[in-house]
Design a protein around this ligand. Structure first.
Ligand SMILES: Cc1ncc(COP(=O)(O)O)c(C=O)c1O
Length: 462
């Protein structure tokens, strides 16, 4: 019997990946990649780098949107996965339980605040958010959910209802009823909603990923206090901010928060296996799983899979052994210190902000070169950022992204294995790119208008 040889399979397709993808998966995405010159043939990834088919090395400042905190293809996580495969584990018995999920649940709870006492595993971030909404409603007997403007909680219909209105949701109406969004940072607005005592949960990202908005002082603690006062559950979505991203294991530690619900995912499995979880209070758990009849009130077929659990345990071990959380705090502080002066140096840079290795730069209308800026921004709001993202990639081999729709913000989430040399690479490339972009010469304006026409700018923001 012939064995399937992955190496051979890949070698036979070398050079035709984009065409194959276009034929059977997503031709629009391939068109977009070609328009903006991101149409590389990728051959390999390691740590904070990708390598293309020419052997060129690229710096991954996206970290797979935050799922590669321990680095791409981490060899020690892989070794644990190999062990798990060799063990022929009995996982997902369905009418039975196995050991690995409980071990990972214990480890997660030991890292989380004492307000949560149970773990419900899922296979993705959005599924963890959906679980928070569903269980929160059942536990409180209330229907309403309050979230913040500019929020991002995922793209399935429940999470999308919690996600800020606009490009992500406008074509997918009607969404779930009972969702209200309030301005980020406005405690009075939260209290106005909670007073009616019909809100099941308030769900917030501790730092908003879209636009990278840090919470104003006292905001998150204030929302938690209001939730307690009005019998509402407090849900802190750590899907992107968890596992050392912000210089703490969970971002909520910066403010000493003790939420009732904490969705996590992304880096939980080191990027190897789809995995997520909802950490929930015993009170919520007991209210939903309240009888033998309701022992399986919520769940999904794949979660918790043994490979996901093994990868999760290996990831936590790696974060601890390599002290990646402290590294994220230290390198993040250095990144901020090195880039903060860009605000004074470049007219077009309005702000630089971040926490740990979650960092962003915001652009605004410059005093000089105002007309070119207006032309570009008139074609499409937020287009200037693309004039930085594209050359950063094409000329400096640094992958970044625009942080949301209608914002001129570039965000980075590098793997936490990011080194001091990588920091030099990124900062040097950014400075050089800004010099060129700020001038907004004819060719840059022409390129921006071409991108806007092709609709590429809008799609690059995902
Ligand atoms: C804060 C937050 N919540 C939820 C999600 C959804 O996670 P997933 O893409 O795994 O469904 C994301 C994804 O970016 C996120 O950033």
């Amino acid at each position: 019997m012939a064995e399937l040889d992955l190496r051979e399979l890949l070698a036979a397709r070398a050079g035709s990946t984009l065409d194959s993808h276009a034929r059977s998966i997503n031709p629009q995405f391939v068109r977009l990649l070609r328009t903006i010159g991101f149409d590389r043939s990728w051959s390999r990834a390691e740590g904070a780098y990708f390598f293309d088919s020419q052997g060129e090395r690229y710096l991954d400042m996206l970290g797979g949107f935050g799922m590669f905190n321990v680095g791409r293809n981490n060899p020690r996580v892989r070794a644990v996965l190999e062990q798990a495969l060799e063990l022929d584990l009995p996982g997902r018995v369905q009418l039975g339980v196995t050991t690995l999920p409980a071990i990972l649940a214990e480890r997660l709870l030991a890292l989380a605040p004492p307000s949560v006492g149970k773990v419900l595993f899922t296979s993705s971030g959005t599924e963890a958010v959906e679980s928070a909404i569903k269980l929160g409603r059942a536990a409180t007997g209330r229907a309403r959910v309050v979230t913040a403007d500019h929020a991002f909680h995922g793209l399935t219909l429940g999470s999308l209802s919690a996600t800020s209105a606009g490009e992500f949701s406008s074509r997918f109406q009607p969404l779930l009823p009972g969702f209200t969004r309030v301005p980020w940072g406005d405690l009075d607005a939260v209290e106005r909603e909670l007073r009616s005592e019909d809100v099941a949960l308030v769900m917030l990202e501790p730092i908003q990923g879209k636009g990278l908005n840090l919470p104003p002082a006292g905001y998150l603690e204030g929302v938690q206090a209001l939730c307690r006062r009005y019998g509402t559950l407090f849900c802190v979505d750590e899907v992107q901010t968890g596992f050392g991203r912000t210089g703490k294991m969970f971002a909520l530690e910066h403010w000493g928060l003790e939420p009732d619900l904490i969705p996590i995912a992304k880096s939980l499995s080191g990027g190897y296996v789809p995995s997520g979880a909802l950490l929930l209070s015993d009170r919520v758990f007991d209210a939903v799983f309240d009888s033998l009849e309701n022992a399986l009130a919520h769940g999904s077929t794949f979660a918790p899979g043994d490979l996901a659990m093994a990868a999760g345990l290996a990831t936590l071990h790696e974060l601890e052994q390599q002290q990646l959380v402290a590294h994220s705090a230290a390198l993040g502080a250095e990144l901020l210190a090195r880039t903060q002066p860009l605000v004074d140096r470049f007219d077009v840079v309005k702000a630089v902000r971040g926490l740990g290795l979650m960092w962003a730069i915001e652009f605004g209308e410059p005093e000089s070169g105002r007309l070119a800026w207006q032309l570009v921004e008139k074609a499409q709001r937020g287009l200037f950022s693309q004039l930085v993202v594209v050359p950063l990639f094409q000329e400096h081999r640094v992958m970044t992204q625009v942080a949301g729709h209608n914002v001129n913000v570039i965000k980075v989430l590098p793997p936490l294995v990011f080194s001091a040399d990588d920091l030099d690479w990124f900062v040097g490339a950014l400075e050089e790119t800004l010099e060129g972009a700020q001038r907004l010469g004819r060719s840059a304006v022409g390129f921006a208008l071409k991108m806007a026409k092709a609709g590429a700018a809008a799609q690059l923001r995902r």
